[in-house]
Design a protein around this ligand. Structure first.
Ligand code: CA
Length: 229
């Protein structure tokens, strides 16, 4: 059971979605506009947001960017546009997963549970905390500290950092990251990876021009390693 926020302007879809998710045991609140959704996401602190991309007042991706500036809440995007570009753009903007409309409620529920499982750290994978330089990452609690200070990451940012941390010192290609972290083995663009890397860098207090832990190897990929190594 989770506390969910559904942001959807189509009343018919919204009502059906709320009912279906409540039947599956979730506590559901809703908003019909992007701005109301943003306000509720901040005030109600839901466990996860289901976000329609086509909203009347703001594009859902715009909302996502605004939301990401203030919150690391997991977001699943629902889109009627079944072109790769809008999905990739939503992932670039910080979505953790997506569903294509029309989708069965069971599929959305399965994705909600998967995203929440990841967010709760109930994944398999290395249960042992990893330390790289002054960065410590605990896969179980999904907590990250940098020089002793907690760093708040979105689920996808955490997944990306964790993937690199368990391969510390090794250069990982963007293609591998798209396949393993984003589950986009055939699609996606390098920009998706680069955008998230730039967010991670900012949160770790570094930049591409002055890298410390996150080191880009031109033409090959990126590695997480101790500064100066
Ligand atoms: Ca809509």
């Amino acid at each position: 059971m989770a506390q969910l926020l559904v942001v959807e302007d189509d009343e018919r879809i919204r009502t059906a979605l709320i009912r279906a998710l409540r039947e599956r045991g979730h506590v559901v609140s809703s908003a019909g506009t992007a701005l109301a959704g943003l306000r509720q996401a901040v005030e109600d602190r839901p466990d996860l947001v289901v976000l329609d991309l086509g909203l009347p007042d703001l594009d859902g991706r715009e909302l996502l960017r605004m939301l990401r500036a203030v919150s690391a809440v997991p977001v699943i995007v629902a889109t009627a546009r079944d072109d790769d570009d809008s999905v990739v753009e939503a992932l670039d903007a910080g979505a953790d997963d997506y569903v294509l409309k029309p989708f069965p409620a069971g599929q959305l529920d399965a994705r909600i549970r998967a995203v929440l499982r990841r967010a709760a750290g109930a994944t398999d994978g290395a249960p042992v905390p990893v330390t790289v330089g002054d960065l410590t990452l605990d896969p179980r609690s999904r907590r990250v500290t940098h020089a002793g200070t907690p760093v708040e990451l979105s689920p996808k940012e955490f997944d990306l950092l964790a993937y690199l941390a368990t391969r510390a010192g090794t250069v990982v290609s963007r293609r591998e990251l798209l396949s393993e972290v984003w589950r986009l083995p055939y699609g996606g663009s390098d920009k998706t990876v680069d955008v998230h890397l730039s967010w991670l860098r900012r949160k770790l207090g570094e930049s591409a021009a002055d890298p410390r832990l996150l080191q880009t190897v031109r033409g090959v990929g990126v590695r997480l390693a101790e500064p100066g190594s």
